[in-house]
Write a protein of this length. Sequence first.
Lengths: 365, 207
Amino acid sequence: MYLKHLNILNYKNIAQADPEFCDGINCFVGSNGAGKTNLLDSIYYLSFCKSFFNSVDSHNIHHDEDFFVIQGTFVRNDQEEQIYVALKRNQKKQFKRNKKEYGKLSEHIGLLPLVMISPSDERLITEGSDQRRKYIDSVVSQYNKLYLDHLIRYNRALSQRNALLKKYDQLNSGVAAQLDVWDEQLASLGEELYLRRSEFIEQLVPVFRELYSHISGGDETVDIVYSSHYQKGNVIELLAQNRARDLILGYTTIGIHKDDLSLLLSGRPVKKEGSQGQKKSFLIALKLAQFEFLAKYNGFSPILLLDDVFDKLDMHRGKRLIQLVGEGRFRQIFITDTQRERLEGIVNQTGKNSRFFEVVKGSVV
Amino acid sequence: MSDIEFPSKILENAVNEFSRLPGIGKKSALRLSLHILKQDKESVYRFAEAITTLIDEIKYCQNCFNISDSDICSICSNPRRDHSLVCVVENVRDVMAIENTHQYNGIYHVLGGLISPMDGTGPDDLTIAPLEEKLKKGEIKEIIFALSTTMEGDTTNFYLYRKFQNYPVKFTTIARGVAIGDELEYADEVTLGRSLVDRQPFEKNVQ
Ligand SMILES: [Zn+2]
């Protein structure tokens, strides 16, 4: 699958652009703030129905304008797919595939698999467990439709249970009868999500380890360990045992919304032990493992977006990354960089088809 | 639109009242108010009277809580309908949707909402107690749950099933031709009619 043509109106700082891409490596070069990352984000948007960076949709509209439109022509299984998204201030977002509006946005997720590697991936290491759950969720929902559906229902049931816990502070038979029902729903939806998360991590880790040693060139071992209340026993019972505490706190303390991943370097948290370079390699290996996973699952390569990756990698690691890219597991790649010459040097080593675009003050030249 | 300048307090008042209706913004409220001003007085009086009569004289059926002109609604008072078969629905619109399929010959029980702590609705806010009264009297042989497949619909289904499971009645749920998350009233009539005919024992639907 690849993106042939993109048409942008008023997306962030890009007033208008309609670049034609090659089925290989496409490079956006320009100074900081020119809009390179926004171009990547518009491609991300067509795949995920949302921005990688901004969760408030109206913030993605060019500040002088009332609306944005992104249109992409993809080639998938030898067929053209026209994806269209438009957002007008204070109106519902329109999302269309081949001129037909989606009933639910979740129907689109997974059609155009894509992996983005960005400096903000660092959040996976530095920030709280919600970032790591979001990571798992965004990958698994790309290949498992039911997962996203279950997740939406789980989160709804969780909000309902929490609302109930906030309303009462003591357990009586009426509250208990209501909790019984929410607990059953949470536990069974949660178990389904737990199983899917476990399967994903189990398949991801061996690929991740191999990629890490390839990129870092070092002999330190890395690991990702998934932890969940489901490993500690019967969740229905755990929910029941913790009711009194939940009522005092006003929220639910047991369930898959507390899952986490331990990211380990030589058996210790990479957050504490890793050097900048090791952390960087860790994250790139993780994202590339995700890429391999999706490629295997779909039977074709996802689109790969590399935002400002070479800037932060030392020569050694950058070279290994490009070797991987050249080995042909990748099909279409979009790269941003501030230095055209450096990027040209790197891209030429891959021997792949490439095209360069200069980005200047929100315009593509 | 909060900054419309009105030439008249009376007009402004009417616009404010209209804009309290669901789905009506200030702009539409102004259009409706100006439209009414262009009508002849007789028809506007009829319109106003229909609204006040609606609020003064409408009744809720004492048996099923459907909207009715009398104490017992036309469905509950129809001797040809099967009174041992009770279809549990969220609201009056669901009764109308199912009646339009002409596939159902039992009676209804309108809950008046779904369990949803986020909206402040608990089991005591619904007509669950009167339904249990009917069960106690042994009037019911089968209960059909026809609640929406949202989280709240499923939870209410499940709550009622747990509460009533020891009564000697059969519990069924409409077959899920209706997609997950869809509201019952949006289901097309063919799908809904078929779901009622193909209803399934409730246990099957609980994982
Ligand atoms: Zn009635």
